[in-house]
Design a protein around this ligand. Structure first.
Ligand SMILES: C[S@@+](CC[C@H](N)C(=O)[O-])C[C@H]1O[C@@H](n2cnc3c(N)ncnc32)[C@H](O)[C@@H]1O
Length: 342
């Protein structure tokens, strides 16, 4: 198996996984075509719904076959087939832990119905009792800490809820956008999933790797990965994207973050915390108590024995003021910062 790891393979996922005879994946993240007529270079994203559901059952069964007994399985899916995926998961013996809604706005205009602004993400596990869930990796400061200055606040922060509305889709104006794939997922969304459901060196499988987001994120976070896609062009481009990640620094496309002195994993996790907290970098930098709270939450998340100080994060936070596109709204609770207590 080892020779297949940390690579993106050009293959039909059902065939490729069918040739593997032992469970190897600690986490599967799957973002299949939604059967809604998206324009991929090779795959025809509109087939009869019976055929689509039968195909879904097949690839899900193959993923489960290679998922380790304590593994987790996340599936992103649109409205049209969410109900079927949820039922197939149950039929195939998975336990649903969360039905996550990834909510985003991207300015879509509709004429006669409400604009669609979400994707479902099912969080299944193989074994209902035994699985990895690193809660400290995903905790966020609570309103009690950030706004109400409440002494009863849990100093570790709180677990986020199951509606994820902090992660915008990767729009054309984003530096992260690769431009050659129609539905690139944000790295910070994958970072939440990989950080909470795997340990360092664990293996992440993405059977529909597309632009390579899962592989890039796994590499940045020190996890092993296997990515599959049927398109030679996407595979070639995704391999290049992965090769540009330098785990010691940032990816070359984020060269402005090179000088922050932080490692690649730290930069990605700092970006994620920044977006999840939803407070403008300038405001954080101007409020010592808020900056300290930020550094403390970051230390809790990294859980690497290091106690990060505000000074360790300042250079990177300054760069993040430009990293976040103007479309990516970072809301502000500015009025309440003065009352933040540590
Ligand atoms: C929704 S996209 C995945 C996007 C990906 N999450 C990202 O961030 O870039 C689905 C991908 O599945 C690929 N695909 C379609 N059928 C496949 C199959 N049978 N095996 C492997 N890949 C397939 C398509 O080429 C497409 O790139």
């Amino acid at each position: 198996m080892d020779r297949l790891l940390d690579r993106i393979h050009c293959a039909d996922c059902i065939e490729w996984l069918g040739r593997i005879d032992e469970p190897f994946a600690d986490l599967v993240f799957a973002d299949p075509p939604f059967n809604i007529g998206y324009q991929y270079d090779l795959y025809q994203d509109r087939v009869h719904s019976d055929a689509y559901v039968a195909w879904t059952r097949e690839w899900m069964a193959q993923c489960i076959r290679v998922l380790k007994p304590h593994g987790s399985f996340y599936i992103a899916i649109g409205d049209d087939y969410a109900a079927q995926v949820r039922l197939i998961g149950e039929e195939l013996g998975l336990t649903l832990r969360n039905w996550i809604i990834w909510h985003y706005t991207f300015g879509q205009q509709t004429k006669a119905k409400f604009a669609r602004a979400h994707t479902h993400i099912f969080y299944f596990v193989h074994d209902a009792k035994h699985f990895t869930f690193n809660d400290s990796a995903v905790r966020v400061p609570s309103d009690r800490q950030l706004i109400y200055n409440d002494r009863r606040a849990d100093g570790r922060g709180k677990l986020p809820d199951d509606v994820w509305n902090q992660y915008p889709r990767v729009c054309g104006t984003f530096k992260e956008r690769c431009g050659w794939h129609p539905c690139q997922m944000p790295e910070i969304l994958l970072a939440r999933i990989i950080s909470v459901s795997t340990k360092p060196e664990d293996i992440v499988l993405d059977p529909f790797v597309g632009s390579g987001t899962t592989a890039v994120t796994a590499k940045k976070l020190g996890r092993r990965f296997v990515g599959l896609d049927i398109s030679e062009t996407y595979v070639e481009n995704a391999r290049k994207r992965v090769s540009e990640v330098d785990v010691e620094t940032a990816s070359r496309t984020e060269e402005d973050l090179f000088d922050s002195g932080l490692r690649c994993q730290e930069i990605l996790e700092l970006q994620r915390l920044y977006v999840e907290i939803g407070i403008n970098a300038a405001a954080i930098l101007n409020h010592p108590t808020l900056l300290q709270l930020y550094a403390r939450q970051f230390s809790i998340r990294m859980n690497n024995g290091k106690e990060y100080q505000p000074g360790d994060l300042v250079a990177c936070l300054k760069e993040l003021t430009t990293w976040v596109s103007k479309k990516q709204k970072v809301s502000s609770h500015l009025q309440s910062y003065s009352s933040v207590r540590l």
